[in-house]
Design a protein around this ligand. Structure first.
Ligand SMILES: Cc1ncc(C[n+]2csc(CCOP(=O)(O)OP(=O)(O)O)c2C)c(N)n1
Ligand SMILES: [Mg+2]
Length: 329
């Protein structure tokens, strides 16, 4: 990895750094495996990988408490793993098997876990944002002190429904953190080609919603920003916007020919900004872990991911009788 300022910040411990390394690596290896299964024809439909963006969700989750909620777009496998959903159930949903979180009937973009307070997985760009405000409305109504994380992309940030939601969330002081995962592209459209201002976090100004931008390739910076945003929401001050600057290494989805950016651009991010390498370096240079310790974590993750792939291949397809269950009619 090329030179990068890697000073350990004081708001972490060796154990937490190791947990960040482990949690981010789980997402990366899981997604690499999903990409392989897709290539083998075992996953059908759309499949949007989260590789490169791991520090966003892992850093944000570090400030959550039991009962806090999360809702996101179709680029959702990382969010599921980061909030503690079972890799077996997620992978089996990708392969459309009965052991999946939606019994194999939802696929990559439509998984939920009531237990982990994960409200999807939404294929319609931006649709999850007003739903996220609705979750926060319920929490405010019940006065339970919970916070909702509503994630969306830089492309979604240009939609009208986002601003209708900002208005209501600010008016009613809803405990919702709007997380803009700015990975610089909306499908093949670079942010500079679609967006009038580069700083998306300032978009709340018209509604009196505070916010900030954060380096989404630095998990410690994301965690610190998340703590601040959560404290703001829990104290009853209303919504907060976090624009997390990140980058996706893979195509928009598995069927993206990636003609809109150069290989060099992607390689430069991988070499200079990779979030997992960053934490690895902090662990080693700070002598919080040895190469052997990290190898043990790598092995553990590989086993978890291989097991999930085996489960996803061997779990049976849904019974025909399932065609008529779990549907609104
Ligand atoms: C309402 C709607 N319009 C268009 C699409 C097609 N579409 C799917 S993803 C996407 C780009 C969204 O980009 P961004 O919000 O930056 O999220 P990212 O994919 O980068 O995570 C588009 C236009 C859609 N799914 N829904
Ligand atoms: Mg984007």
């Amino acid at each position: 990895m090329a030179a990068r300022k890697t000073q350990a910040k004081s708001n972490t411990s060796a154990d937490e750094l190791k947990k960040f390394y482990r949690d981010m690596l789980l997402i990366r290896r899981f997604e690499e495996k999903a990409g392989q299964l897709y290539g083998m024809g075992l996953i059908g439909g759309f499949c949007h990988l989260y590789i490169g963006q791991e520090a966003v969700v892992v850093g944000l989750e570090a400030a959550t408490e039991e009962g806090d909620k999360r809702i996101t777009s179709y680029r959702d496998h990382g969010h599921m793993l980061a909030c503690g959903m079972d890799p077996d159930g997620v992978m089996a949903e990708l392969t459309g098997r009965s052991g999946g979180y939606s019994k194999g009937k939802g696929g990559s973009m439509h998984m939920f876990s009531k237990e982990k307070h994960f409200y999807g997985g939404h294929g319609i760009v931006g649709a999850q944002v007003p739903l996220g405000a609705g979750l926060a409305f319920a929490d405010k109504y019940q006065e339970n002190g919970r916070v909702t994380f509503a994630y969306f992309g830089d492309g979604a940030a240009n939609q009208g429904q986002i601003y209708e939601t900002f208005n209501m969330a600010a008016l009613w002081k809803l405990p919702v953190i709007f997380v803009i995962e700015n990975n610089q592209y909306a499908m093949g459209t670079a942010q500079r080609r679609s967006t009038s201002t580069p700083d998306l976090w300032t978009r709340g100004a018209a509604f009196g919603i505070p916010g900030e931008a954060v380096d989404g390739m630095d998990v410690l910076a994301v965690k610190a920003a998340s703590e601040k945003a959560v404290a703001h929401c829990r104290s009853g001050e209303g919504p907060y916007i976090l624009e997390v600057k990140t980058y996706r290494y893979r195509g928009h989805s598995m069927s993206d020919p990636a003609k809109y950016r150069s290989r060099e651009e992607v390689q430069k991010m991988r070499d200079e900004k990779d979030a997992i390498e960053h934490v690895r370096e902090l662990l080693l240079t700070g002598k919080h872990a040895t190469e052997e310790d990290l190898k043990a974590i790598d092995k553990e993750i590989k086993e978890i991911v291989n097991k999930s792939a085996d489960f996803a291949r061997t779990s049976p397809e849904p019974e025909l009788s399932e065609l008529w269950t779990d549907i609104y009619a």
